[in-house]
Design a protein around this ligand. Structure first.
Ligand SMILES: NC(=O)c1ccc[n+]([C@@H]2O[C@H](COP(=O)([O-])OP(=O)(O)OC[C@H]3O[C@@H](n4cnc5c(N)ncnc54)[C@H](O)[C@@H]3O)[C@@H](O)[C@H]2O)c1
Length: 253
Protein backbone atom coordinates (compact mmCIF):
# COMPACT_ATOMS: atom_id res chain seq x y z
CA UNK A 1 0.00 0.00 0.00
CA UNK A 2 1.20 3.50 -0.79
CA UNK A 3 0.08 6.63 1.02
CA UNK A 4 1.15 9.04 -1.68
CA UNK A 5 -1.82 11.34 -2.27
CA UNK A 6 -5.01 9.85 -0.89
CA UNK A 7 -6.73 12.13 1.56
CA UNK A 8 -10.33 11.81 0.47
CA UNK A 9 -13.01 9.24 1.02
CA UNK A 10 -12.43 5.56 1.58
CA UNK A 11 -14.04 3.59 -1.23
CA UNK A 12 -14.42 -0.19 -1.44
CA UNK A 13 -14.86 -1.46 -5.01
CA UNK A 14 -15.64 -5.16 -5.45
CA UNK A 15 -14.78 -6.94 -8.69
CA UNK A 16 -12.17 -4.25 -9.36
CA UNK A 17 -9.59 -6.64 -10.78
CA UNK A 18 -10.67 -5.98 -14.34
CA UNK A 19 -13.09 -4.30 -16.74
CA UNK A 20 -15.74 -1.87 -15.45
CA UNK A 21 -14.95 -1.91 -11.73
CA UNK A 22 -11.22 -1.57 -12.44
CA UNK A 23 -12.00 1.73 -14.18
CA UNK A 24 -14.20 2.79 -11.26
CA UNK A 25 -11.32 2.09 -8.84
CA UNK A 26 -8.77 3.94 -11.00
CA UNK A 27 -11.04 6.99 -11.34
CA UNK A 28 -11.86 7.28 -7.62
CA UNK A 29 -8.14 7.03 -6.85
CA UNK A 30 -7.24 9.63 -9.49
CA UNK A 31 -9.62 12.01 -7.75
CA UNK A 32 -7.80 11.50 -4.42
CA UNK A 33 -9.93 8.83 -2.78
CA UNK A 34 -8.36 5.84 -1.04
CA UNK A 35 -9.52 2.69 -2.76
CA UNK A 36 -9.86 -0.87 -1.50
CA UNK A 37 -9.55 -3.05 -4.59
CA UNK A 38 -11.45 -6.29 -4.00
CA UNK A 39 -11.41 -9.30 -6.32
CA UNK A 40 -11.62 -13.05 -5.78
CA UNK A 41 -8.58 -13.42 -8.05
CA UNK A 42 -5.69 -12.05 -6.04
CA UNK A 43 -3.38 -11.21 -8.97
CA UNK A 44 -6.14 -9.10 -10.50
CA UNK A 45 -6.73 -7.16 -7.27
CA UNK A 46 -2.99 -6.59 -6.94
CA UNK A 47 -2.66 -5.51 -10.56
CA UNK A 48 -5.32 -2.80 -10.26
CA UNK A 49 -3.88 -1.64 -6.92
CA UNK A 50 -0.42 -1.46 -8.52
CA UNK A 51 -1.83 0.66 -11.37
CA UNK A 52 -3.32 3.06 -8.82
CA UNK A 53 -0.05 3.28 -6.91
CA UNK A 54 1.92 3.78 -10.11
CA UNK A 55 -0.24 6.87 -10.68
CA UNK A 56 0.54 8.05 -7.11
CA UNK A 57 -2.83 7.02 -5.71
CA UNK A 58 -3.60 5.08 -2.55
CA UNK A 59 -4.91 1.53 -2.79
CA UNK A 60 -5.25 -1.61 -0.73
CA UNK A 61 -5.64 -4.89 -2.63
CA UNK A 62 -7.75 -7.53 -0.91
CA UNK A 63 -8.43 -11.01 -2.26
CA UNK A 64 -12.00 -11.82 -1.25
CA UNK A 65 -14.78 -13.95 -2.65
CA UNK A 66 -17.88 -11.93 -1.86
CA UNK A 67 -19.93 -15.14 -1.50
CA UNK A 68 -17.94 -16.04 1.61
CA UNK A 69 -19.07 -14.21 4.75
CA UNK A 70 -15.83 -14.82 6.67
CA UNK A 71 -13.84 -13.40 3.76
CA UNK A 72 -16.12 -10.35 3.50
CA UNK A 73 -15.92 -9.71 7.24
CA UNK A 74 -12.15 -9.93 7.10
CA UNK A 75 -12.00 -7.62 4.03
CA UNK A 76 -14.02 -4.97 5.87
CA UNK A 77 -11.90 -5.38 9.03
CA UNK A 78 -8.74 -4.95 6.95
CA UNK A 79 -10.23 -1.79 5.43
CA UNK A 80 -11.03 -0.35 8.86
CA UNK A 81 -7.60 -1.29 10.24
CA UNK A 82 -5.90 0.36 7.27
CA UNK A 83 -8.03 3.44 6.61
CA UNK A 84 -10.31 3.74 9.68
CA UNK A 85 -13.61 4.15 7.83
CA UNK A 86 -15.70 3.34 4.73
CA UNK A 87 -17.46 6.19 2.93
CA UNK A 88 -18.48 4.48 -0.30
CA UNK A 89 -19.16 0.84 -1.17
CA UNK A 90 -19.39 -0.12 -4.84
CA UNK A 91 -20.71 -3.66 -5.31
CA UNK A 92 -19.73 -4.65 -8.85
CA UNK A 93 -18.42 -8.24 -8.40
CA UNK A 94 -20.43 -11.01 -9.94
CA UNK A 95 -19.93 -14.14 -11.99
CA UNK A 96 -21.77 -15.59 -14.96
CA UNK A 97 -22.10 -18.83 -16.86
CA UNK A 98 -22.79 -19.16 -20.53
CA UNK A 99 -26.35 -19.51 -21.76
CA UNK A 100 -28.20 -22.61 -20.71
CA UNK A 101 -31.93 -22.86 -21.05
CA UNK A 102 -33.58 -23.17 -17.66
CA UNK A 103 -34.41 -26.86 -17.89
CA UNK A 104 -30.72 -27.63 -18.47
CA UNK A 105 -29.29 -25.29 -15.82
CA UNK A 106 -27.49 -26.96 -12.92
CA UNK A 107 -28.23 -25.91 -9.38
CA UNK A 108 -24.47 -25.35 -8.92
CA UNK A 109 -24.49 -22.73 -11.69
CA UNK A 110 -27.63 -21.19 -10.20
CA UNK A 111 -25.92 -20.93 -6.79
CA UNK A 112 -22.68 -19.48 -8.18
CA UNK A 113 -24.42 -16.76 -10.17
CA UNK A 114 -27.07 -15.83 -7.61
CA UNK A 115 -24.61 -15.92 -4.72
CA UNK A 116 -21.91 -13.86 -6.43
CA UNK A 117 -24.29 -11.24 -7.88
CA UNK A 118 -26.83 -10.95 -5.05
CA UNK A 119 -25.77 -12.62 -1.79
CA UNK A 120 -22.35 -10.99 -2.15
CA UNK A 121 -23.99 -7.56 -2.16
CA UNK A 122 -26.00 -8.47 0.94
CA UNK A 123 -22.83 -9.63 2.72
CA UNK A 124 -20.78 -6.57 1.78
CA UNK A 125 -23.63 -4.26 2.86
CA UNK A 126 -24.16 -6.19 6.07
CA UNK A 127 -20.52 -5.75 7.13
CA UNK A 128 -20.01 -2.19 5.88
CA UNK A 129 -23.27 -0.59 7.08
CA UNK A 130 -22.40 -0.63 10.82
CA UNK A 131 -19.27 1.42 10.04
CA UNK A 132 -21.27 3.87 7.92
CA UNK A 133 -23.85 4.21 10.70
CA UNK A 134 -21.09 4.98 13.19
CA UNK A 135 -19.68 7.60 10.81
CA UNK A 136 -23.09 9.24 10.25
CA UNK A 137 -23.73 8.09 6.68
CA UNK A 138 -22.36 6.71 3.45
CA UNK A 139 -23.08 5.76 -0.13
CA UNK A 140 -23.70 2.31 -1.56
CA UNK A 141 -23.84 1.71 -5.31
CA UNK A 142 -24.93 -1.75 -6.47
CA UNK A 143 -24.46 -3.15 -9.97
CA UNK A 144 -27.51 -4.66 -11.62
CA UNK A 145 -27.84 -4.96 -15.42
CA UNK A 146 -30.22 -4.37 -18.28
CA UNK A 147 -30.90 -8.07 -17.62
CA UNK A 148 -32.43 -7.12 -14.27
CA UNK A 149 -34.76 -4.71 -16.06
CA UNK A 150 -35.84 -7.26 -18.68
CA UNK A 151 -34.12 -10.65 -19.13
CA UNK A 152 -30.88 -12.10 -20.42
CA UNK A 153 -31.18 -14.98 -22.88
CA UNK A 154 -27.39 -14.97 -23.30
CA UNK A 155 -26.65 -15.44 -19.58
CA UNK A 156 -29.71 -17.30 -18.32
CA UNK A 157 -32.47 -17.20 -15.75
CA UNK A 158 -30.10 -17.21 -12.77
CA UNK A 159 -28.41 -14.02 -13.99
CA UNK A 160 -31.75 -12.33 -14.73
CA UNK A 161 -33.11 -13.32 -11.31
CA UNK A 162 -29.99 -12.18 -9.45
CA UNK A 163 -29.88 -8.82 -11.22
CA UNK A 164 -33.62 -8.24 -10.64
CA UNK A 165 -32.97 -9.11 -7.00
CA UNK A 166 -30.36 -6.36 -6.81
CA UNK A 167 -33.07 -3.80 -7.66
CA UNK A 168 -35.25 -5.00 -4.77
CA UNK A 169 -32.35 -5.25 -2.34
CA UNK A 170 -31.34 -1.69 -3.21
CA UNK A 171 -34.82 -0.26 -2.65
CA UNK A 172 -35.14 -2.13 0.63
CA UNK A 173 -31.81 -0.90 2.00
CA UNK A 174 -32.46 2.63 0.77
CA UNK A 175 -35.60 2.86 2.88
CA UNK A 176 -34.17 0.93 5.82
CA UNK A 177 -31.09 3.13 6.25
CA UNK A 178 -32.34 6.51 4.99
CA UNK A 179 -32.59 7.87 8.54
CA UNK A 180 -28.91 6.95 9.02
CA UNK A 181 -28.01 8.97 5.88
CA UNK A 182 -26.85 5.89 3.98
CA UNK A 183 -27.92 6.38 0.37
CA UNK A 184 -28.27 3.21 -1.69
CA UNK A 185 -28.67 3.19 -5.47
CA UNK A 186 -28.30 0.86 -8.43
CA UNK A 187 -26.43 1.22 -11.69
CA UNK A 188 -27.90 -0.93 -14.46
CA UNK A 189 -25.33 -1.10 -17.26
CA UNK A 190 -26.18 -2.11 -20.77
CA UNK A 191 -23.70 -4.10 -22.85
CA UNK A 192 -20.15 -2.84 -22.36
CA UNK A 193 -17.06 -3.41 -24.45
CA UNK A 194 -15.12 -5.43 -21.90
CA UNK A 195 -13.57 -8.87 -21.56
CA UNK A 196 -16.74 -10.74 -20.58
CA UNK A 197 -18.58 -9.84 -23.77
CA UNK A 198 -15.72 -11.12 -25.91
CA UNK A 199 -15.97 -14.33 -23.86
CA UNK A 200 -19.74 -14.57 -24.32
CA UNK A 201 -20.31 -13.43 -27.91
CA UNK A 202 -18.83 -13.77 -31.38
CA UNK A 203 -17.74 -10.68 -33.35
CA UNK A 204 -20.89 -11.02 -35.49
CA UNK A 205 -23.10 -11.34 -32.38
CA UNK A 206 -21.52 -8.23 -30.90
CA UNK A 207 -22.15 -6.27 -34.09
CA UNK A 208 -25.80 -7.36 -34.13
CA UNK A 209 -26.13 -6.29 -30.51
CA UNK A 210 -24.50 -2.94 -31.20
CA UNK A 211 -27.13 -2.19 -33.83
CA UNK A 212 -29.85 -2.66 -31.18
CA UNK A 213 -28.37 0.09 -29.00
CA UNK A 214 -30.06 3.40 -29.95
CA UNK A 215 -26.90 5.43 -29.28
CA UNK A 216 -25.07 3.04 -31.61
CA UNK A 217 -22.22 1.96 -29.36
CA UNK A 218 -21.38 -0.20 -26.37
CA UNK A 219 -20.78 1.34 -22.97
CA UNK A 220 -17.17 2.16 -22.15
CA UNK A 221 -16.03 1.42 -18.58
CA UNK A 222 -15.63 5.20 -18.18
CA UNK A 223 -19.38 5.69 -18.89
CA UNK A 224 -20.20 3.44 -15.94
CA UNK A 225 -17.50 4.95 -13.77
CA UNK A 226 -18.88 8.46 -14.34
CA UNK A 227 -22.34 7.30 -13.24
CA UNK A 228 -20.98 5.57 -10.13
CA UNK A 229 -18.99 8.63 -9.12
CA UNK A 230 -22.07 10.83 -9.66
CA UNK A 231 -24.07 8.63 -7.27
CA UNK A 232 -21.21 8.76 -4.76
CA UNK A 233 -20.94 12.54 -4.99
CA UNK A 234 -22.58 15.59 -3.48
CA UNK A 235 -24.80 16.13 -6.55
CA UNK A 236 -26.65 12.89 -5.72
CA UNK A 237 -27.35 13.81 -2.09
CA UNK A 238 -31.15 13.59 -2.57
CA UNK A 239 -31.14 10.36 -4.58
CA UNK A 240 -31.74 7.03 -2.88
CA UNK A 241 -33.43 3.80 -3.96
CA UNK A 242 -33.00 4.76 -7.61
CA UNK A 243 -31.79 2.79 -10.61
CA UNK A 244 -29.63 4.63 -13.09
CA UNK A 245 -29.72 2.93 -16.52
CA UNK A 246 -26.46 3.48 -18.37
CA UNK A 247 -27.16 1.66 -21.58
CA UNK A 248 -27.32 4.00 -24.59
CA UNK A 249 -31.10 3.59 -24.65
CA UNK A 250 -30.91 -0.21 -25.00
CA UNK A 251 -33.63 -0.66 -22.37
CA UNK A 252 -35.95 2.22 -21.51
CA UNK A 253 -38.18 1.81 -18.45
N1 LIG B 1 -19.94 -6.16 -19.01
C1 LIG B 1 -21.19 -5.88 -19.32
O1 LIG B 1 -21.56 -5.72 -20.51
C2 LIG B 1 -22.20 -5.74 -18.22
C3 LIG B 1 -23.53 -5.44 -18.57
C4 LIG B 1 -24.47 -5.31 -17.55
C5 LIG B 1 -24.08 -5.46 -16.22
N2 LIG B 1 -22.78 -5.73 -15.94
C6 LIG B 1 -22.42 -5.88 -14.52
O2 LIG B 1 -21.39 -4.96 -14.22
C7 LIG B 1 -20.48 -5.51 -13.26
C8 LIG B 1 -19.08 -5.51 -13.83
O3 LIG B 1 -19.09 -6.23 -15.06
P1 LIG B 1 -17.73 -6.59 -15.82
O4 LIG B 1 -18.09 -7.17 -17.14
O5 LIG B 1 -16.82 -5.43 -15.73
O6 LIG B 1 -17.19 -7.74 -14.82
P2 LIG B 1 -16.28 -9.06 -15.07
O7 LIG B 1 -17.14 -10.19 -15.47
O8 LIG B 1 -15.14 -8.72 -15.94
O9 LIG B 1 -15.80 -9.35 -13.57
C9 LIG B 1 -15.09 -8.37 -12.84
C10 LIG B 1 -14.33 -9.04 -11.72
O10 LIG B 1 -15.22 -9.61 -10.75
C11 LIG B 1 -14.53 -10.66 -10.13
N3 LIG B 1 -15.46 -11.56 -9.43
C12 LIG B 1 -16.36 -12.42 -9.97
N4 LIG B 1 -16.99 -13.10 -8.99
C13 LIG B 1 -16.49 -12.65 -7.81
C14 LIG B 1 -16.73 -12.98 -6.44
N5 LIG B 1 -17.60 -13.94 -6.10
N6 LIG B 1 -16.03 -12.31 -5.48
C15 LIG B 1 -15.13 -11.36 -5.82
N7 LIG B 1 -14.84 -11.05 -7.09
C16 LIG B 1 -15.51 -11.67 -8.08
C17 LIG B 1 -13.81 -11.34 -11.30
O11 LIG B 1 -12.68 -12.07 -10.84
C18 LIG B 1 -13.43 -10.17 -12.19
O12 LIG B 1 -12.08 -9.77 -12.04
C19 LIG B 1 -21.01 -6.92 -12.97
O13 LIG B 1 -21.83 -6.88 -11.82
C20 LIG B 1 -21.85 -7.23 -14.19
O14 LIG B 1 -22.85 -8.20 -13.93
C21 LIG B 1 -21.85 -5.88 -16.90
Amino acid sequence: MSNATGSGRVVIVTGAGRAIARQVALDFAREGDRVVVVDMIEERAKRTAAEIEAASGTALAVACDVRDEMAVRSMVEQTIRTFGRVDVLVNAAGGYTLGRVTHELSSEDWDMVVDSNLKGIFLCCKHVIPHMMKAGGGRIINFSSNAGRTSSPALGVHYTAAKAGVLGLTRHLAREYAAQHILVNTIAPGPALVERNYEIMSAEGLEELRKDIPLGRFAEPSDLSAAVRFLAGDGARHITGATLDVNGGYVMV
